[in-house]
Write a protein that binds this ligand. Structure first.
Ligand code: GDP
Ligand code: MG
Length: 363
């Protein structure tokens, strides 16, 4: 870059002469007027400074925009080896939640439930086998922010514990280890520590950063601390979701009911889903006719972190599939038809590939 006049540089940087002159003053650069010529290295320094200022300004705006989005509750999945206490822990959490409410309140299985504590709300996924969790991961989406890996302190880490840890890590979820069955005489948290360390996971008790909490899903010992730790991690993660965005989320479960038709449980991750909305999930679409929550209450809308059961799909979307809002039936039909066609095209291509390979082999 050669010498340049101040007004030329101002134009190049898309700023007024006055703005640029002010910057030159701040930098201690002498000039007569906006027509004065700047040395090449001065012009270069001005450009760099303005570039940095603009980057900082953009970052500040982005941060402001992010902060304007309200916080959302963490979504937690419980995983672990068979018989180590996943169901018992969910039952305990669900019961403590029912106890909070007036007696006689009905509950409905919608694939997830909320636990409200003084420190905040936690959403627990309780779809059997957590198929949604694995399917969703295969599809590249994410449902749980935090995975609680339950390890019976009477047994320690078992093969499925390792699998669960691998799944959780791959999904990008934060992990908390719950050493369960601490009420039993044979329980030994040191066994859990040792087993985890063998896997290169270092508990906080040993100076690492893996939270390993002693609990009993039977007596409830340690469960308040578990909830606290979940909320603490959630706070650090600074989880937010915009309730005003177009609704999107994850299908947790779906089944056909003889009377009601397709019953679909879903988790809203962003935006607000309303009765009357059209949504697409994979190759299927629905117009939401009715929604109800885990308390069995009818809902007209569901915001981020809400799990609801919806009526309005004609066919069953696959659990683990993501869903998203579309404006109308025309969009819903076109998108699903496109997806079906794309899949068929892929299938016939794969088919053609197979025949060719077989032909090659027999050559
Ligand atoms: P899952 O296969 O991981 O879902 O395990 P379950 O929740 O079905 O628990 C397996 C068995 O362990 C059941 O008989 C539970 O009653 C028992 N169990 C689970 N958690 C505890 C606990 O904290 N203490 C005791 N004593 N038993 C437990
Ligand atoms: Mg179970």
């Amino acid at each position: 870059m050669a010498k340049i006049r101040i007004y030329q540089l101002a134009k190049e940087l898309e700023m007024s002469n006055e703005e640029l002159l002010k910057i030159l003053d701040d930098m201690g650069v002498a000039y007569k007027s906006h027509a004065s010529t700047l040395e090449e290295d001065t012009a270069q320094a001005v450009k760099e400074l303005i570039g940095e200022q603009r980057v900082a300004e953009a970052a500040r705006r982005a941060e402001e925009a992010r902060k304007a989005i309200p916080p959302r509750p963490p979504v937690v999945v419980i995983m672990g080896h068979v018989d180590h206490g996943k169901t018992s822990l969910l039952d305990y959490l669900r019961k403590s939640r029912i106890a909070e409410k007036e007696a006689g309140g009905i509950t409905q299985h919608v694939g997830a439930f909320e636990v409200k504590t003084e420190g905040g709300t936690v959403v627990f996924i309780d779809t059997p086998g957590h198929e949604a969790f694995t399917t969703i991961r295969q599809r590249g989406a994410k449902v749980a922010d935090i995975a609680v890996i339950v390890i019976a302190a009477t047994e320690g880490v078992m093969p499925q514990t390792k699998e669960a840890i691998a799944h959780a890590k791959a999904s990008g979820a934060k992990i908390i280890y719950a050493a369960n069955k601490m009420d039993l005489p044979g329980a030994d948290i040191n066994r859990v520590y040792q087993d985890l360390m063998q896997m290169g996971i270092v508990p906080v008790a040993y100076g690492g950063d893996a939270e390993v909490l002693p609990i009993s899903a039977k007596t409830g010992q340690g469960i308040p601390e578990l909830l606290e730790t979940i909320l603490l991690i959630a706070e650090l993660e600074d989880l937010r979701a915009d309730p005003k965005a177009e609704a999107q989320g994850v299908i947790l479960e779906s089944r056909m009911d003889k009377q009601a038709g397709a019953l679909v449980s879903l988790l809203v991750q962003q935006g607000t889903l309303r009765v009357g909305d059209y949504v697409v999930a994979g190759e299927h679409w629905g117009k939401i006719r009715a929604m109800s929550d885990a308390d069995g209450k009818r809902r007209s809308e569901a915001g981020p972190g809400s799990a609801v059961q919806v009526l309005g799909f004609s066919e069953l979307p696959v659990a683990g599939e993501t869903f998203f809002w579309v404006p109308d039936q025309v969009a819903a039909k076109e998108i699903t038809e496109e997806r079906i066609e794309e899949r068929r095209a892929r299938e016939s291509q794969a088919e053609a590939g197979r025949t060719r390979n077989l032909a090659d082999l027999m050559r």
